[in-house]
Design a protein around this ligand. Structure first.
Ligand code: NAD
Length: 307
């Protein structure tokens, strides 16, 4: 299978690195130093088990990719429309664009541009951090779930087989909303708060005032999911988010990494998505509204911060 990973940051590099021995993989990313490092010395993937180097091709412009069967979108959500346009240009009629991004709405953006018959939405519990050009840390292992719809049933099986052969635990699910909202509720609890407090995930669970805010944000998101008729893939969302904080205690959430780099976060598609969904349902979500607004303010004042 010919694969292009569109957006080879931490997660795109990680997945590209896993898939490269099993498929013809190209990483597409605008960060030239990263692309050059990968082409020069290979992609270095570090984990608690050690470091390995994977040979994989990287390019910084879409024109150098060529036709592919699978486009995996791993840009941040504000670049999804751009990535979808790139995918549209790379995929043939039988191709598939897969998003494993966090947040709400990436799948809809992808489907609008490449067509529902070429769109797959999934979630992954893997975690990764870019350490520098050509170097990624595999921070946490987990399962990947691919959402199946009748339009893409056969293609999803082929992708799941490829992922499994590459050593990525992969499951196919027919309940897409449950998958996406299950991940969304975790991100709602952890991401904004770690970014605002500048702390690693574990402290949210250990410090009572932070735990209180996290639990409240998660409870609000749970109410919104319930009102939409979505059943989450775990029985107790508050306990689930706390458990994720414990298992990822030493991780810097992606939103924390974004804010430390002075970049836009995925606020709009995480806490912002809860605020928008709640508004259409007439549900009050004051904690999510506050987290959303504070993070918007943080993004708008990177250059104005007192030291
Ligand atoms: P990332 O922040 O690692 O990369 C995003 C973009 O920023 C890439 O184009 C990358 O090249 C660029 N970039 C990163 N560091 C840079 C630097 N120092 N200088 C210049 N450019 C730099 O993105 P990610 O964490 O891989 O997230 C991609 C998607 O996957 C998001 O939707 C995210 O929510 C989702 N996701 C992330 C994780 C995770 O653990 N990181 C887990 C699950 C899902």
């Amino acid at each position: 299978m010919r694969v292009c990973v569109i957006g080879a940051g931490a997660m795109g590099s990680l997945f590209g690195g896993f898939l490269a021995p099993m498929a013809s993989v190209v990483l597409l990313d605008p960060w030239r130093a990263h692309v050059e490092a990968i082409n020069r010395q290979g992609l270095r993937i570090g984990s608690p088990e050690g470091e390995r180097t994977v040979q994989v091709k990287a390019v910084s412009v879409a024109e150098e990719v060529g036709a592919v069967d699978l486009a995996i979108v791993f840009v941040k959500s504000h670049q999804t429309a751009w990535a979808a346009e790139v995918a549209k240009g790379l995929l043939g009629p039988q191709g598939l664009a897969l998003t494993l991004q966090n947040g709400l709405g990436n799948g809809e953006t992808l489907a609008r541009i490449v067509g529902e018959e070429r769109t797959c939405v999934g979630v992954t519990a893997h975690g990764a951090t870019l350490l520098g050009p050509g170097q990624v840390r595999h921070a946490g292992k987990g399962a990947t779930h691919l959402g199946r719809t009748p339009l893409i049933a056969n293609k999803v099986v082929a992708v799941a087989d490829l992922f499994a052969a590459a050593g990525l635990e992969t499951h196919i699910s027919d309940n897409l909303d449950s998958l996406v909202w299950g991940k969304l509720v975790i991100n709602v609890g952890i991401n904004a708060l770690t970014a605002l407090m500048r702390v690693k995930n574990g402290l949210l669970e250990q410090m009572p005032p932070l735990r209180q805010v996290m639990d409240a944000a998660v409870s609000e998101a749970m109410l919104v999911a319930q009102a939409k008729g979505i059943s989450l893939p775990y029985p107790d969302p508050v306990a689930q988010v706390a458990a994720v904080c414990r298992t990822t205690a030493g991780n810097r959430s992606s939103m924390l990494q974004d804010t430390l780099r002075g970049q836009l976060t995925e606020n709009e598609v995480i806490n912002g998505a809860i605020v928008r969904e709640a508004a259409t349902l007439g549900i009050a979500v004051p904690v999510n509204q506050t987290l959303y607004s504070l993070l918007k303010g943080l993004e708008a004042t990177y250059g104005l911060r007192e030291t």
